[in-house]
Write a protein that binds this ligand. Structure first.
Ligand SMILES: Cc1cc2nc3c(=O)[nH]c(=O)nc-3n(C[C@H](O)[C@H](O)[C@H](O)COP(=O)(O)OP(=O)(O)OC[C@H]3O[C@@H](n4cnc5c(N)ncnc54)[C@H](O)[C@@H]3O)c2cc1C
Length: 424
């Protein structure tokens, strides 16, 4: 009896937002491909903080698979007050300051950035939980930490070697293994993450406690508090039952080997000693007292996202400081574009052309995003050389700096990539 031709096999390394969205995208747009996700963790962790998504990410969910968008909509949260549904973030003073001829007071409104298509937030771990049932249970292999990639060639399979000594062979490898990516080492070993000059404290606190500190309007609305060499982001999650809070602080260099280190509440309070009283009421509510150093791939980015039949997506390719709240959004865009380009790959010899087209359209946009995210960190902390603390000058730019991120035509990006593909 004649044997059926073998399906093209795809390894997705990393089961974070990027890896899972790509798997769902492949299932929808390239069902003729067979995929396996290799995830280092034993399970998806139940802890985690909030993550916010703008219109570009919401659109990408729908394009990947309307079922993904439905799953997201079921658990996502928007600003609690009807009057704030079109607000992306309200920016307020985080500390009392002399400003021009008067005094700026903690909590006073600086500007509200509007986002008419809306923005929605989720608790990160819950989102992974609702994504998982959208793919076959046996397509995810937990406790599989990639050690390195051994060989590659257009005509041969790529060998993945795991820390536990096992190996796997696949036709395509998609590295979605985060900022410390081992797949990136294979694609461009010279690219290395660097410290972004910011660290943060993160927590999710019950809504009633957040209201007691910030008041109902601010606790229920995406809010950024700006101050000198620091900024604080808070937004409602869990359908309004809780508030995700992240306190950012500037630091010139990071000397610790670990990127997450323990500290004390007293140390955190010291960091914000010149800030408004509300910060000092928030700090005791943060269950976790770790400091998270924010690393990025800005100074030493990969020179390409593709080598042969291996590519990188999400933070593995373009980890950025989170100051525009869109790093995961970029990862989701990658997932859509990549899975749409793999739709037409029916033979292993077509793989590397499709991946090169992915690289050609995704690298310029995500590179721009990375540099603009770093710039935003300076902007929100009154360190930007062009603006300093001049919030009147900053106001029009606040809106402008987000619009190119939100209003992207992803289907056009795929068309452009397909046109390019013909030329390779
Ligand atoms: C403080 C902070 C706040 C943020 N807020 C936002 C926000 O509001 N909105 C937004 O859009 N973005 C935000 N981001 C950015 C966003 O979190 C990331 O861009 C996004 O999580 C990247 O997803 P990823 O799947 O590429 O990587 P990751 O989330 O890092 O996932 C990588 C996965 O790969 C696995 N893995 C790692 N190494 C290996 C290996 N060797 N073998 C197998 N598996 C491996 C990991 O266990 C993990 O599951 C924020 C980032 C930070 C730091």
């Amino acid at each position: 009896m004649a044997q059926l031709p073998q399906k093209i096999s795809v390894a997705i390394v990393g089961g974070g937002i990027a890896g899972l969205c790509t798997a769902i995208g492949l299932q929808k747009h390239a069902p003729h491909l067979e995929f396996t996700i290799y995830e280092a963790a034993a399970r998806f962790d139940v802890i985690g903080s909030g993550v916010a998504f703008g219109p570009n990410a919401l659109e990408a969910f729908t394009l990947i698979d309307p079922a993904l968008r439905e799953a997201f909509d079921r658990i996502s949260t928007t600003n609690q007050l009807e009057t704030k549904k079109d607000t992306w973030f309200e920016f307020r003073w985080g500390q009392d300051m002399e400003y021009k001829n008067g005094k700026a007071k903690t909590g006073d409104l600086i500007s509200a950035v509007q986002c008419h298509e809306g923005q929605a937030t989720v608790h990160r771990a819950r989102f992974l939980e609702v994504m998982l049932p959208l793919i076959p249970h046996d397509s995810v292999k937990f406790r599989k930490r990639l050690a390195y990639i051994k060989n590659v060639g257009d005509a041969e399979k790529t060998r993945l070697v795991f820390k536990d000594g096992t190996e796997a062979l696949h036709d395509v490898v998609i590295g979605s293994d985060g900022i410390k990516s081992h797949v990136r080492e294979f694609v461009d070993h010279k690219s290395k993450p660097g410290f972004s000059t910011k660290y943060c404290h993160r927590g999710v606190i019950p809504m009633e406690k957040a209201i007691a500190v910030m008041g109902e309007e601010r606790a229920g609305t995406n809010t950024g508090y700006l101050g000198k060499h620091g900024h604080i982001i808070s937004f409602p999650v869990d359908q309004g039952d809780a508030v995700s809070v992240t306190l950012f602080k500037g630091e010139r260099i990071w000397t610790a080997e670990n990127w997450v280190v323990e500290t004390t509440r007293e140390h955190i309070a010291q960091d914000y000693k010149d800030w408004g009283a509300f910060v000092h009421e928030l700090i005791p509510l943060m269950q976790d007292t770790s400091i998270w150093a924010v690393f990025e791939l800005v100074d030493n980015p990969p020179s390409t996202y593709v080598r042969g039949n291996v590519c990188i997506t999400g933070d593995a390719a373009h980890a950025s400081a989170p100051h525009q709240g869109s790093g995961a959004g970029m990862a989701i865009e990658d997932s859509y574009v990549l899975s749409a380009l793999l739709t037409d790959v029916k033979d292993t010899k077509d793989i590397s052309r499709a991946l090169r087209a992915y690289d050609a359209v995704r690298r310029p946009r995500t590179r721009r995003f990375q540099t603009s995210s770093r710039d935003a960190g300076l902007f929100w902390e009154f360190e930007h050389p062009d603006f300093g603390v001049d919030v009147d000058k900053m106001k029009p730019i606040m809106q402008e700096r987000m619009e190119w991120i939100w209003y992207v035509d992803l289907q056009k990006e795929v068309e452009m990539a397909k046109d390019l593909l013909e030329t390779f």
